[in-house]
Design a protein around this ligand. Structure first.
Ligand SMILES: O=C(O)CCC(=O)c1ccccc1C(=O)O
Ligand SMILES: [Mg+2]
Length: 337
């Protein structure tokens, strides 16, 4: 049985008939990505973005397709707010590059998320980067994201040092749910009340609610696309009972508009959201990019420009690759939905 709130998957040909694939250079390498490839589709409700990272297989990526179909065929729920507080995002750059990264954000910055625990770097690199942010923005809220880069002893040692810069929370210090719980418990034993946030343990988990049930984190990072779209992400937020932060998956302004719509439907946003990543791209599909001013992001829909879709158009070979990717993920979605 379907209800008005349930997505009816459209025919594959309708999805593919509007497909545009773009490849946008990054200003700074992020997660090892130097060009961000993304597939955009248009349906009766507007544009949707399908942009799972290239290595993701259908078990994971088909949720992203569901999210794109929701945006294009179903549209967004009624917003409860019209602007969203954001964090600026600082990739794992050298401390001397921090100022340049922050200069890409328009107006004042209220919160910053700093990437730490990058492969090939040390704790002193992380401390220098966070210290630089603290020096440049003495009043900003700062949080760090380790993307599972530490083991338990490294996480406890690193977070003990990084806490000196007064952090709002630490995102995914280690890989597993049990690990998160252990980091949290060891910090508490040492009298450190730093909050722990779960990201990969939510969006890559078979059961995104396990973290909350295990009480392994204080905060959840929630991304619309990997969780199958806004409505499905909202259900997870509600069931978790934890404060949530809505974050991007490094999309163009189209995908960011879905994240903003998700954030806009939450009753509370205790932290800045991670939707400021258009500023890390060296281009976009609209002239009117969805970026923050003074740390606030407007909630609105985005219409791509034909000229920019053409300018950033991926090669024929990459377009074929994405068409096939959509076909595979569509099959996966129809079978498992
Ligand atoms: O949260 C932010 O500030 C930006 C988004 C971000 O960090 C991100 C973007 C793409 C993939 C993974 C992540 C992540 O939070 O780990
Ligand atoms: Mg993260």
């Amino acid at each position: 049985m379907t209800s008005a709130n349930e997505l009816v998957v459209p025919p594959l040909d309708d999805i593919l008939s509007t497909l545009r694939v773009v490849s946008i250079p990054m200003k700074v390498k992020f997660r090892g990505v130097t060009y961000r490839e993304s597939a955009l589709i248009k349906g009766p409700a507007g544009w949707g973005e399908f942009a799972p990272f290239l290595e993701y297989q259908p078990a994971e990526a088909s949720a992203w397709l569901k999210g794109a179909l929701e945006a294009a065929w179903q549209g967004f729920p009624e917003p409860k707010r019209h602007e969203i507080p954001l964090n600026a995002t600082v990739p794992a750059v050298g401390a001397h590059e921090v100022e340049r990264v922050l200069s890409r954000y328009e107006g004042s910055i209220r919160e910053v998320k700093v990437k730490v625990a990058e492969k090939g770097q040390t704790l002193s690199d992380d401390c220098a980067r966070v210290a630089k942010v603290r020096e440049l923005l003495p009043d900003a809220g700062i949080k760090v994201d380790a993307n599972m880069g530490w083991d338990l002893p490294q996480a406890v040692e690193s977070l003990t040092h990084l806490s000196e810069y007064d952090l709002l929370y630490a995102e995914q210090p280690v890989a597993t749910i049990e690990g998160l719980a252990q980091v949290r418990a060891e910090l508490r034993e040492k009298g450190n009340s730093l909050l722990i946030a779960a990201d990969e343990s939510v969006r890559k988990a078979e059961d995104p609610l396990k973290v909350a049930q295990a009480k392994a984190a204080d905060v959840l990072i929630i991304k619309a696309a990997p969780l199958g779209g806004i409505r499905s992400a909202l259900r997870i937020v509600e069931k978790s009972g934890l404060p949530c932060v809505i974050s991007s998956a490094l999309e163009t302004s189209i995908g960011i508009s879905a994240g903003a719509a998700l954030a806009a439907s939450l009753p509370e946003l205790p932290f800045g959201c991670g939707l400021g990543t258009v500023s890390l791209l060296d281009g976009d599909v609209t002239e009117n990019s969805l970026v923050a001013r003074d740390g606030m992001l407007p909630v609105r829909t985005v219409e791509p420009s034909q000229e920019l879709l053409t300018r950033f158009s991926a090669s024929d070979a990459r377009v074929r690759w994405w068409r096939e990717r959509i076909e595979h993920n569509y099959a996966h979605l129809v079978i498992n939905n």
